[in-house]
Design a protein around this ligand. Structure first.
Ligand SMILES: NC(=O)c1ccc[n+]([C@@H]2O[C@H](COP(=O)([O-])OP(=O)(O)OC[C@H]3O[C@@H](n4cnc5c(N)ncnc54)[C@H](OP(=O)(O)O)[C@@H]3O)[C@@H](O)[C@H]2O)c1
Length: 247
């Protein structure tokens, strides 16, 4: 993986940070990204650079602001002068019950989960093509089966699944494009009742949450899987085999 550079949106904490640490341990260089979590992103970069000098940099942007994206793409490539992988991981996630959906919700949820992955990919395609690169879109098992009162998030992720298939066809053979659909890995930042958490666990055939490492390993696999494109890899303990969930 020597000299290969991976950009991960929303990588200051949680799954994005876990991916960054795992890929770094495999020898990749990282361009980390944050919007508000600047301190965590800088601290993570400092840790990674302590382990291996000049191996991690941080860029910052609100991905819902379309005016930022072209400049962000330039900054990403300028970090190490090349790009081998784009991981569209950043995401807003919150409920939008029917009857209460505001235009701001649409802009935030579709903006971060669908619009930004499309336009950022488009800006970065020339650089990825030059390296025979990879795009990985973080989707969700709820792109297929609805999550109750989350219609806008679900439709944005469903759009991202569709975009994954379209890009896989249009960007081949130079660029491979895949998605990962996590089930329940980390609880959302807004707390769930313990009863709701148990209800989720009851729906998972493997009877426990996934771990950050499960996702990080799936990302590493797809980065280095030369004959796989246009696939959505479910990492969900079998949860998607059941019906739609409430949480
Ligand atoms: N956690 C799970 O169990 C789970 C389940 C299914 C799918 N997923 C998917 O897996 C991915 C990672 O999940 P996660 O739970 O680790 O994500 P998360 O913590 O909810 O969000 C990751 C980061 O996205 C960034 N972000 C949100 N809106 C943004 C915007 N407008 N502009 C720029 N950055 C923005 C935030 O950065 P700042 O903090 O810097 O603002 C946040 O730290 C997501 O795509 C998610 O949908 C996760």
């Amino acid at each position: 993986m020597e000299n290969k550079v991976i950009f991960i949106s929303g990588s200051a904490k949680r799954l994005g940070a876990a991916m960054a640490k795992h890929l770094h341990s495999l020898g990749y260089n990282l361009v980390l990204h944050c919007r508000q979590s600047t301190e965590q992103a800088e601290a993570l970069a400092t840790n990674l650079n302590t382990l291996r000098s000049n191996s991690a940099k941080v860029v910052s942007a609100d991905l819902c602001d379309m005016g930022n994206l072209a400049n962000l793409a330039k900054q990403i490539v300028a970090c190490f002068g090349r790009l081998d992988g784009l991981i569209n991981n950043a995401s807003s996630f919150y409920p939008t019950p029917m009857g209460q959906i505001r235009l701001e919700d649409w802009q935030q949820l579709v903006g971060s989960n669908l619009q930004a992955p499309l336009f950022l990919s488009q800006y970065l395609v020339p650089y990825l093509r030059a390296q025979g690169g990879v795009i990985i879109n973080m989707v969700d098992i709820h792109a297929e089966k609805p999550l109750y009162e989350h219609s806008v998030y679900c439709l944005a992720k469903a759009g991202l699944v569709s975009l994954t298939y379209s890009m896989a066809v249009e960007l081949a053979p130079e660029i491979r494009v895949n998605g990962i659909a996590p089930g329940a890995i980390l609880w959302p930042e807004h707390a769930l009742e313990s009863g709701e958490k148990q209800q989720v666990i009851n729906q998972i055939p493997l009877k426990h949450l996934g771990s950050e490492q499960d996702i990080a390993q799936a990302v590493a696999f797809l980065l280095d899987a030369p004959y796989i494109t246009g696939q959505i890899l479910k990492v969900d303990g079998g949860r998607s085999l059941h019906g739609s969930g409430k949480v």
